[in-house]
Design a protein around this ligand. Structure first.
Ligand code: IPM
Ligand code: MG
Length: 361
């Protein structure tokens, strides 16, 4: 198989974990007889340096010419957020990219590795039977893409953000999530704030309509504040979570850290066109960039999702997931996932990936 992949590494730890994901993909290509052709596009602060534009047309064009997009991360150091290079750089790059390609369905998967369960903020008893939760997050609507106003009103500073949803936006992701629930535990919890928000009332109505057409899936609604609590109180009750953009942003970070580190959660963003984007759920972590200490797992597992969902290369994808697991089982850790156990070998970004590659061979 010959596939063209747009490589948008971005900022912070993005480039260094991307290089590692590409090394893993190259290993898969050799082992399984595929060709992956990479075209690098600039995005975020890295693009601003060259084009004074966080998402230049050249990058959009590269995405258009590719079979899938592998994205790293964007965003700058907190103390520099007023500089033009970093001001609103996430909104102008990743959010603009999601919107430009209509990536309305975001899927994030948390996986618990028993070997590092000690790093989870949860008590061992809550993790005893393992955890396997996916979250579907609507990605191009809600308060993220409504009007944002920062101005003066009645002699003082004032701000407003508006949230909007159409029923077709909600139906699109709901149908997708119910179909995926069918391939898993057949259990879906839709999360909203329908006791207060109009967008959530519509969300609940439309999800209920989709649920009625999928009677084999056990469906329930949960308010977001309760869900935030249930995730730490009894995470094993969840299989598929379906929610709106802002709630999904927050709950997916909460879910990701149950595994012990935000550096472990991959994500996939789908659109009706068939083009998809794969990226770690965590951020650019500029404070640890270029130190060879970042955890490459989320980027490597994002590449694995790309093989499975965009290229239908299931054995290849499973081989990557198994190799990551093998590196962990063999005791290799980047520093964020070191539990302090004497049997562990704490290694760098590259050296951890060496072990993943060794496990593939
Ligand atoms: C994510 C990130 C982005 C978001 C940021 C970088 C704008 O937190 O993908 O979860 O809020 O969607
Ligand atoms: Mg987020």
């Amino acid at each position: 198989m010959n596939k063209k992949i747009a490589i948008l590494a971005g900022d912070g730890i993005g480039p260094e974990v991307m290089v590692q994901a590409q090394r893993v993909l190259d290993t898969i290509a050799r082992k399984f007889g595929h060709t992956f052709e990479y075209t690098e596009g600039l995005v975020g602060g890295a693009a601003y340096d060259v084009y004074q534009d966080h998402l230049p047309p050249a990058t959009i064009e590269i995405c258009n010419q590719s079979d899938a997009i592998l994205f790293g991360s964007v965003g700058g150091p907190v103390h520099l957020l007023n500089e033009p290079k970093w001001a609103n750089s996430e909104a102008k790059s990743i959010l603009a990219l999601r919107k430009a390609f209509n990536f309305n369905i975001n899927f994030r998967k948390m996986a618990l590795y028993p070997e590092i369960a000690a790093l989870s903020p949860l008590k061992p008893a809550l993790l005893a039977n393992g955890l396997d939760v996916v979250i579907f997050r609507e990605l191009i609507g809600d308060i993220y893409f409504g009007e944002h106003i920062l101005d003066q009103k009645d002699g003082e500073r004032h701000a407003s953000d508006s949230a909007e949803y159409t029923e077709s936006q909600i139906r699109s992701i709901a149908e997708y999530a119910f179909n995926v629930a069918r391939t898993r535990g057949k259990k879906l919890v839709s999360v909203d704030k329908a006791n207060v928000l109009a967008t959530s009332k519509l969300w609940r109505q439309v999800v209920s309509e989709v649920a009625a057409k999928n009677p084999d899936i056990e469906h329930s609604d949960m308010l977001v504040d309760n869900c935030a609590m249930q995730i730490v109180k009894n995470p094993a009750q969840f299989d598929v979570i379906l929610t709106a953009n802002l709630f999904g942003d927050i709950l997916s970070d909460e879910l990701s850290v149950l595994s012990g580190s935000v550096g472990m959660m991959p994500s996939a963003s789908f659109s009706a066109s068939g083009l998809a984007l794969y990226e770690p759920a965590g951020g650019s972590a500029p404070d640890i960039a270029n130190l060879n200490i970042a955890n490459p797992i989320a980027q490597i597992l994002s590449a694995s999702l790309m093989l499975a969902y965009s290229f239908n290369l299931l054995p290849e994808s499973q081989a990557i997931d198994a190799a990551v697991k093998a590196a962990i089982v063999a005791g290799y850790r980047t520093s964020d996932i070191a539990t302090g156990d004497a049997s562990e070998k704490v290694v760098g970004t590259k050296e951890f990936t060496d072990q993943v590659i060794a496990a593939l061979a």
